[in-house]
Design a binder for this molecule. Sequence first.
Ligand code: KIV
Ligand code: ZN
Length: 566
Amino acid sequence: MLKHPAGKYQPFAPVNLCDRTWVNQTITQPPIWLSTDLRDGNQALIEPMNVQRKLQLFQMLVKLGFQEIEVAFPSASSTDFDFVRLLIEQQLIPETVTIQVLTQAREDLIRRTFESLQGAKRAIVHVYNATSPVFRRVVFGRDRLGTIDLAVSAARLIKHLAAEHPETDWHFQYSPETFTATELDFAKDICDAVTEVWQPTPHHKVILNLPATVEVATPNIFADQVEWMHRHLARRDSVIISVHPHNDRGCAIAAAELAQLAGAERIEGCLFGNGERTGNVDLVTLALNLYTQGIHPGLDFSQINDVARTIEDCTQLPIHPRHPYVGDLVFTAFSGSHQDAIKKGFAVQQPDALWEVPYLPLDPADVGRTYESVVRVNSQSGKGGIAFLLERECGLVLPRRLQIEFSQVVQQVMDDLGKELTAQDLWRLFEQEYLQATSPLKYVEHHSSKVLDGDAIAVTLQLQQQPIVIQGQGNGPIDAFIHALGLTIRVHQYEERSLEQGSNAKAVAFVELVAEFAQSPLHGVGIHTNIVTASILAVLSAINRGLQKMAQSQQVQVLQPLTKMK
Ligand code: KIV
Ligand code: ZN
């Protein structure tokens, strides 16, 4: 990079529009959408689409609700020409849809374009020529008048050829290509000269499309340019102002949104921002940005994954995992604090209430995404995410303090493995840590009965491969079991819940014990169809986990009261 880029690059000149009004506007309705996936998007592909692929994409665009679709540049390739013929001859264009085709402002190309449209019920003929100083000077060697002349001659020929085919409902569109780099007074003059030829009316408008062929300035400057045109164009009531932002500076979405505030009524772009270089403006993001403001965009992205897969198929280009609304990771939180907030948000979100789940600007279900990927667990995650996954995927709701303890177990494994853990991985870890803590004391069976002042229990355990039977009484079966164990332990916290796994409803018991032999509280979990068994298993899980952390000799000492029963 240059040390002093000012000698090579210059800042964009601001537009003299001190009384700009777009800053105080808000978007209250969707624009007219035009998809140029089959033209601008297609022109930008390494391998342009064949007729079958184009048809597949056309049909999807129709299904999504597009009413204007730029289907081809018929004079540029036989595939494009044939595709237009196929749509017309096979009557594949629904009543609600108007096809658009692009042509350069050249007589032979315009004639060929009209040939492709023979027999169409309705069509938009879109003609363009480049208007910026560098194109006039370097590419075409034409001055301002010569450039206007080119556009006007093309407009006249289009009008003439259209008149020869009154069976078609014709609509016309003109683009001053490279508009954003064109002097505004000249952009106005050339647009006015074209509309002077076409003589539109409020009932039969023309489209003036203002392309950011290359995005050269900040979106506020584009908005100023659009507002300037909106205020100065002749025959404004007979003109639809359209914009066609490209994304060279990465601001195409903002440019399109601000342009609407500034008077643009129509937007041309591609799904997921395919298109030349950095792409055309992404119509999906624009549409869903509107949706998240409570405005239906008039396009249906209820099954966004299907749309994405079709686009990837047709363009042979992958969609970035962080692409707004559609990327594989955009509804995913890895960070612990985000996961925690999402978990809390989901817990209170009511189905018909305003959407208020933190970190998720859109309910993934509205675009056909599942909640599966919302929380994923890696080394950045915390207890909230782990608990969320176990709850959502395994139906297991952990008490808060157990969440904290288990997250430390997970963190340890994560640090060792250094990779993401799935809900299944977490479940396996949970099983290993709590449910398979069956040594040195293993449950075999129990019998409980009611006695005058509570419950009596007899439990058979296995200790060092030998069965032992212990008996006790208490004010409930767990209390009776604790007494039977004869260890100095106290139940600090006990919770039981139900767990739906497959068709079996099971009980989960969680205990937190305070034991004389352990320095910190011991958590244990038991799962069984019988709640008393689940509770006994939970107590044993906690004791075993505590004992497993001790040296063998200390273990023997703690278990002395029980070994005597062998
Ligand atoms: O980007 C552009 O300027 C175009 C025109 C042909 C509208 O695609
Ligand atoms: Zn373009």
